[in-house]
Design a protein around this ligand. Structure first.
Ligand code: C2O
Ligand code: CU
Ligand code: CU
Length: 512
């Protein structure tokens, strides 16, 4: 039962909702009271933008703008969006096609837009060097060179990525290609193939978005107590087909989700970040960290609704829990460490209600994509990247504790120079007490091993972001092809955006 006392204890967002009067929940017991008292709207499907063909170039117009959105009944929230008040359209690209993106910035301050997961020239990448001032239009163009999959775009301004993304600027990019077009997978956008963008938010009592400036928000990353799914709370989708493909994108600043259905039904994981998997993987849970994508196909042909929810996930390793206990009672540092660990919040994500009559869906094929065999001997060198949170006086004094190989991000420093056309192994070691999702621009890599053990089947496709758990060493392998530029670098960083903004980022060039 939700009591007034519990609502008020739950924080500003719930107080706001309870004061405003509430809609009926579709909810069920024991998860966040917020989602129980709002929601029940249909799943919003962002418009699919196919661009206009001009002289053989597919051109997309994107305007970054300020907007007003309603997430909590009775409250308006100031947001940022692309071609709309919140989030942006889904861009439809075809492999091999030349595209141009006209990105007009009208948000009132400088930002950037990065094409996460796309293999593009560094100058077109939209990282911290490709700034777009207010009133300016940035128009990168490139040829799409990707496997079919879900990619995305979001801001990437140094020290501002977290805030700008949190306020709502993000969208999906669907890349299609001829090989995957031939596979019998659900692929009708908004019908049996759904974009599902997950972002958690926190609200002030006036309905405005709260962006953390507490030490805890900085250290653990900004986590919210309301989950937005394509900008709505606990939405409903009425299925018209026997199976649905959900293209899940974790667009949250810091929260990792352990997703599953309430009735524990199994589903097929068919794709990770940058490609289909070699074969579908039957699973009951999918863990998705900030920046990552997971595609699943689920059977909804049952009288019962399919309720996608989050299950507990623990980002802090044994090292962090030990430190927390050891440091307790030792002043501010002790309190910080004591607060480490998951807040245990659970969310309703999406309720799928099967219609009366469902159109049949094809069976998921046993084989999806052939990828070349992995061979560590293809690599000309191994580079090591040590992630650390500098749990000491440095950390307590400000934004200097988040490091890669002991250094915080410096726009004027190139951390690695890769030779064009070579294959490298990047060995990412997490020396800190919590998991970091490590992202590399330019390439799609494959995971060689985790602490010497081969990766799980669901992470055996192409990836651009990888969860590196506390105390783990993850080795990834990739070839750096096509684009060389000694001047403009690509980024690598933790995709917990507060960690990135605090300096857990570095730069590499690809040089001829
Ligand atoms: Cu999704 Cu460097 O970013
Ligand atoms: Cu990226
Ligand atoms: Cu991190």
């Amino acid at each position: 039962m939700i009591t007034r006392r519990r609502l008020l204890m739950g924080g500003a967002a719930t107080a706001a909702v309870s004061a405003a009067g509430v809609a009926m929940p579709w909810g069920f017991g024991s998860i966040s009271s917020h989602a129980r008292i709002i929601g029940a709207a249909p799943l919003a499907i962002p418009p699919l933008l196919k661009g206009n063909l001009k002289n053989g170039v597919r051109t997309f117009d994107l305007t970054l703008k300020q907007g007003q959105s309603t997430f909590l009944p009775g409250y308006t929230t100031s947001t940022l969006g692309i071609n709309g008040p919140y989030l942006g359209p889904t861009l439809h690209f075809t492999n091999g096609e030349k595209v141009r993106l006209n990105v007009k910035n009208t948000i009132g301050e400088t930002t950037t837009i990065h094409w996460h997961g796309l293999h593009v020239p560094a100058i077109a990448d939209g990282g911290p060097h490709q700034v777009i001032g207010h009133g300016e239009t940035w128009s990168p163009s490139f040829t799409v060179k990707q496997q079919a999959g879900l990619f995305w775009y979001h801001p990437h301004l140094l020290h501002k990525t977290g805030l700008h993304a949190y306020l709502g600027m993000a969208g999906g990019i669907r890349v299609e290609n001829a090989e995957t077009d031939a596979l019998p997978l659900p692929k009708t956008y908004g019908v049996d193939d759904l974009p599902v963008v997950l972002q958690d938010k926190r609200f002030n009592s006036d309905g405005s978005l709260q962006y953390g400036n507490s030490m805890h928000d900085l250290m653990m990353g900004m986590k919210g107590d309301v989950l937005l799914v394509n900008g709505g709370v606990a939405p409903i989708f009425k299925a018209t087909t026997a199976k649905l493909r959900l293209r899940l994108l974790n667009g949250s600043n810091a929260r990792t989700y352990n997703l599953g259905f309430k009735d524990n039904r199994s589903f097929d994981i068919i794709a990770g970040d940058g490609s289909l998997l070699p074969a579908p993987v039957k699973a009951g849970r999918a863990v998705i960290a900030p920046g990552e994508r997971v595609e699943i196909v689920v059977d909804v042909k049952s009288a019962e609704p399919a309720e996608l929810v989050t299950y507990p996930y623990e980002s802090v390793g044994a090292m962090g829990r030990g430190m927390g206990r050891g440091m307790m009672g030792r002043g501010m540092m002790g309190r910080m460490m004591g607060m480490m660990g998951d807040d245990g919040r659970r969310f309703e994500v999406l309720r799928i209600e099967p219609g009366e009559k469902l159109a049949p869906s094809p069976r998921v094929p046993d084989e999806l994509l052939t990828l070349p065999a992995l061979n560590a001997r293809d690599a000309v060198r191994t580079r090591r990247f040590e992630l650390d949170m500098g749990m000491g006086p440095m950390m307590m004094m400000g934004r200097s504790g988040f490091t890669i190989n002991g250094k915080t991000m410096d726009m004027s420093r190139i951390d690695a120079r890769v030779k064009l056309g070579t294959t490298e192994i990047w060995e990412i070691a997490n020396l800190s007490p919590m998991m970091h999702p490590f992202h590399i621009h330019d390439i799609q890599f494959r995971i060689l091993d985790r602490n010497g053990r081969p990766p799980a089947p669901y992470e055996s496709g192409l990836k651009d972001t990888v969860q590196v758990n506390s105390g783990e060493v993850v080795r990834v392998i990739a070839k750096f092809e096509d684009y060389a530029d000694p001047k403009w670098p690509y980024m690598f960083h933790c995709h917990i955006l507060e960690h990135e903004d605090a300096g857990m980022m570095g730069q590499f060039t690809v040089e001829a």
